[in-house]
Unconditional design. Structure first.
Length: 393
């Protein structure tokens, strides 16, 4: 029995027990005063105690009940004591039907027939002393036991189908997440390691010509190749670390704080972080958001000459927003992002272009504002998905 089915069965059994307690209470109101005896009160107390115990401890008792259908015979016997004292045709009959429904939910057909047969027999014993009753009461009322049992079996089948569908959905999500992770890794390799190695390969291909023409330039190119290989090694290590991604087990706010703290320690730049602790994002959006933040910090380190960086990550009813603002030198920034990315691509700067592509992949929008001497502000807006902000991490 998988965890989903077990959890649903626990809830169903708890509801059945509470329903039986409600029927028992209603019967108490309807039973004539002359029927109230000490034996009836004791029997009702036993039934109520059993119902409450099962309702409060389904995780411990249901596995035991599921393995031993004979234990449910004790529940049927307790119901018989009530019917024997209060009358088989009185208001207490309905609460006894719950036992058969419980048997259907727990055992399906293998234990249901035993429990139903036992309840019909006990019902006949409780009704044996009553005279002048119609054939409908003698024949029709016991039919409720197998009918309730069949309803319990149907509920069990529905819960089982739901659990199987839920398991299939989870497996599909795992497959989809794995495929998306492979695509993300391929993009990261293309954006970083592949480009670095391509540059190293071009320099290595030109090295023999420089050796013949200019030994000094050849020495410089060899140094460039060595530096490029060091960068490639560092990028490869980052990709491997991304595969391990220990931060995936952390809340998003904590992952942001850890990333920015490490960056501040390595660069000496002051970082102010304002992160809402309850920000949650699906795995793909989370990964792309952290990648954009990392690239933004790299750009600040390389180009901004900033003394302080202010990072905020907030969420509201409209979505999630990441902002990275520095007090660096800034630059003349076109107001339109399309013009900005065109200009950056023409000049060979692909960092902002890559971040904009990452934002678009997850349905977000990246904007960048800057002016000379006033620093830069990069903002990533991630709207809600289908009107509901997904919350997984």
């Amino acid at each position: 029995m998988n965890a989903t089915l077990s959890a649903r069965l626990h809830v169903t059994v708890r509801l059945l027990m509470y329903a039986r307690l409600l029927l028992l209470a209603m019967a108490v109101v309807l039973v004539p005063d002359e029927r109230f005896t000490t034996a009836l009160l004791v029997a009702m107390g036993v039934v109520a105690a059993l119902s409450l115990t099962v309702a409060q401890l389904p995780g411990r008792l249901l596995p035991l009940l599921a393995r031993r259908p004979l234990l449910l015979a004790l529940d049927a016997a307790a119901g018989y004591l009530v019917l024997e004292s209060a009358g088989a045709f009185g208001p207490f009959f309905l609460f006894s039907v719950v036992t058969s429904a419980l048997a259907g939910v727990l055992y399906e057909w293998r234990g249901l027939l035993f429990v139903c047969a036992l309840q019909v027999l006990l019902y006949d014993l409780a009704a044996r002393s009553i005279q002048s009753v119609g054939i409908q009461a003698v024949v029709a009322l016991p039919v409720f036991y197998p009918v309730a049992g069949c309803v319990g079996v149907a509920v069990h089948r529905l819960l089982q189908q739901y659990a199987e569908a839920e398991e299939a959905r989870r497996e599909a999500e795992v497959v989809a997440a794995s495929a998306e992770e492979r695509l993300r890794l391929a993009r990261d390799m293309h954006d970083s390691l592949a480009k670095t190695l391509h540059g190293v390969a071009l320099s290595a291909a030109a090295l023999p010509a420089w050796v013949r023409k200019s030994p000094d330039r050849a020495e410089q190119e060899a140094d460039n190749i060595a530096a490029g290989l060091k960068i490639a090694v560092a990028e490869a290590r980052e990709l491997i670390a991304g595969l391990r991604d220990g931060d995936q087990s952390l809340p998003l706010a904590e992952a942001v704080r850890r990333m920015t703290a490490d960056w501040a320690a390595s660069t000496g730049i002051t970082v102010e972080v304002g992160v809402t602790d309850d920000v949650r994002l699906p795995p793909v959006r989370r990964a792309e958001t952290l990648a954009i933040l990392k690239e933004a910090l790299t750009n600040v380190e390389r180009h901004a000459a900033a003394g302080t960086v202010r990072i905020t990550l907030t969420a509201d009813g409209r979505g999630t927003e990441l902002s990275v603002r520095d007090d660096g030198k800034g630059f003349a920034c076109p107001p339109d992002m399309a013009d900005l990315t065109t200009a950056l691509t023409r000049d060979g700067h692909y960092g902002v272009v890559g971040m904009a592509e990452r934002a678009r992949r997850v349905g977000g929008l990246l904007t960048l504002t800057s002016s000379p001497g006033n620093g830069s502000t990069l903002t990533v807006s991630l709207p809600e998905v289908n009107g509901v902000r997904e919350a997984v991490r």
